[in-house]
Design a protein around this ligand. Structure first.
Ligand code: C2O
Ligand code: CU
Length: 476
């Protein structure tokens, strides 16, 4: 059966030439026209995901690149992006993690009309926070992001902390490809993916390349920004094993570098900034140490994502530049308004009664519309928002995961503090825009609803979102 892929990287027998492109660091193309002015075109492009004797794929890319070009702006600046849609279907661009004006959030059907084929849209927004962000299509995202519509969006501090040579962006993705190396078209929208872990790929790329080698100078300090652009994969990264420390999550820098005491689960859309500094030359591999979802499905194997080669004479470590945390309103945990959010559905999970488009979901509509997951018993966008907040109010969302699966939940327009897991206060209440929640977990997040408009809150496993894990809230 076509859709029954063996989800193992070994199933794609990479020949000798397959990693030929991995020689140098895959630097990203810049989208800039002039200062603060950018151009993005979404288009269909024939691209080889695997070099050598493998088939090309018709991908959907921004400016013909995978990942899309890097958009770089300075904190506080206004970015102007002229976007043109050359795809066969409508689309829009979302600026993930930017605390943006609502009309520029790029959500088709909620914050704007989708941009029709052949048409353009001018995005113009101010970036309040410095850090690692990204942009991606936000119309049928499960389809458009899987085909390659994403790119990095980096906001530099007014005086950049690390110079460009010591500041690297690595965009991670997993593609599902057939034996010939071409994008696996036939399994798009597969019920199996929508009801289970989402579309997982069997080919991992970093900045569009298979296992690239990144050269770094011994003794120097580097900021390495990891962005998970995969539809559904949770990457398992072990910074300590690489000799790296953590300096920020989801675009928000910590006050000081931090030791990672365990593996990081980098869920879809999440980012982590790593600090690399080694006093001895040598190579360290960034390995995806486990495949959480695959373990539940079919066994796992570690896959090297990239290699970091520290070169040059041994030196003692140069000083690490000081980070500057963003300033954002602190939620009032004592007086916040509590919003319960119960997640149900999916394969092997609790369903209860689910409503879809105002009617009870039947077995038939469930199969036909592929609506399989719900927030508070409602599959997909409801007429009524999850909550209405008054501007300035603290909102505490208590998410209870009653599905049999982990999820990566994203709040639009705001950053929130991760407050507790299973009733226990977390040690560092980090600022995030996307949080990980395992099955049977309860997670509390809190934020000041200070950005007016209608905002989405959804699972960033894009098949889960398409199959029901979408809601919205209103700030006025
Ligand atoms: Cu990164 Cu609603 O998206
Ligand atoms: Cu999910």
């Amino acid at each position: 059966m076509e859709t029954k892929l063996n989800l193992s990287r070994r199933s794609l027998l990479l020949g000798a030439g397959a990693t030929a492109a991995a020689a140098g660091f895959p630097t990203l193309v810049l989208a800039q026209i002039t200062s603060g002015q950018f151009e993005l075109r979404a288009e269909t492009i024939s691209h080889k995901l695997v070099e050598g004797d493998y088939a090309a794929s018709d991908l959907w890319l921004y400016n013909g690149e995978t990942p899309g070009p890097e958009i770089r702006v300075k904190q506080g600046e206004t970015a102007r992006v002229r976007f043109t849609n050359n795809l066969p279907e409508p689309t829009s661009v979302h600026w993930h993690g930017i605390r943006i004006a609502n009309s520029m959030d790029g959500v088709s059907g909620l914050t704007q009309e989708p941009v029709q084929p052949g048409e353009s849209f001018d995005y113009e927004f101010t970036v309040p926070d410095a850090g690692t962000f990204w942009y991606h299509a936000h119309n049928k995202s499960w389809n458009q992001v899987a085909r390659g519509l994403y790119g990095p969006l980096i906001v530099d501090e007014p005086v950049p902390t690390f110079d460009r040579e010591h500041d690297l962006t690595l965009v991670l993705d997993d593609w599902r490809v057939a034996q010939d190396g071409a994008f696996h078209e036939a399994s798009m929208g597969a019920f199996m993916d929508w009801s289970h872990a989402g579309r997982l790929g069997n080919l991992m790329t970093v900045n569009g390349q298979i296992e690239p080698k990144v050269k770094l100078a011994t003794g120097n300090a580097y900021r390495v920004r990891l962005i998970n652009a995969a539809n559904a994969r949770i990457f398992h990264i072990d910074p300590a094993a690489m000799g790296a420390r953590l300096i920020g999550y989801d675009g928000f820098a910590f006050p000081a570098p931090r030791k990672a005491d365990s593996t990081i689960l980098l869920g879809p859309a999440q980012r982590v900034d790593l600090l690399f500094q080694k006093e001895t030359a040598g190579i360290v591999a960034m390995v995806n140490v486990g495949d959480f979802e695959l373990e539940r499905m079919s066994g796992a194997e570690p896959v090297a994502l990239a290699k970091f080669a520290f070169e040059g004479a041994q030196t003692s470590a140069l000083p690490i530049p000081a980070l500057s945390p963003n300033s954002i309103a602190e939620p009032n945990l004592e007086e916040g308004v509590k919003v319960p959010l119960v997640m149900t559905g999916g394969a092997m999970g609790r369903h209860g009664n689910i409503t879809y488009k105002g009617k009870p979901l039947t077995r038939q509509t469930m199969m036909e519309a592929q609506q399989l997951w719900a927030f508070n018993g409602v599959a997909n966008m409801s007429e009524e928002p999850l909550f209405n907040a008054e501007k300035g109010q603290t909102i505490i969302v208590e998410t209870v995961n009653q599905t049999g699966w982990p999820h990566a939940m994203h709040v639009h327009g705001h950053h929130f503090k991760l407050v507790s897991r299973n009733g226990k206060r977390v040690a560092n209440m980090d600022w995030r825009d996307t949080f990980f929640i395992d099955d049977n977990e309860t997670v509390e997040i809190a934020f000041v609803a200070d950005n007016p408009g209608k905002w989405m809150l959804h699972c960033h496993m894009l098949e889960h979102a398409a199959a029901g894990m979408n809601t919205w809230f209103n700030v006025s």
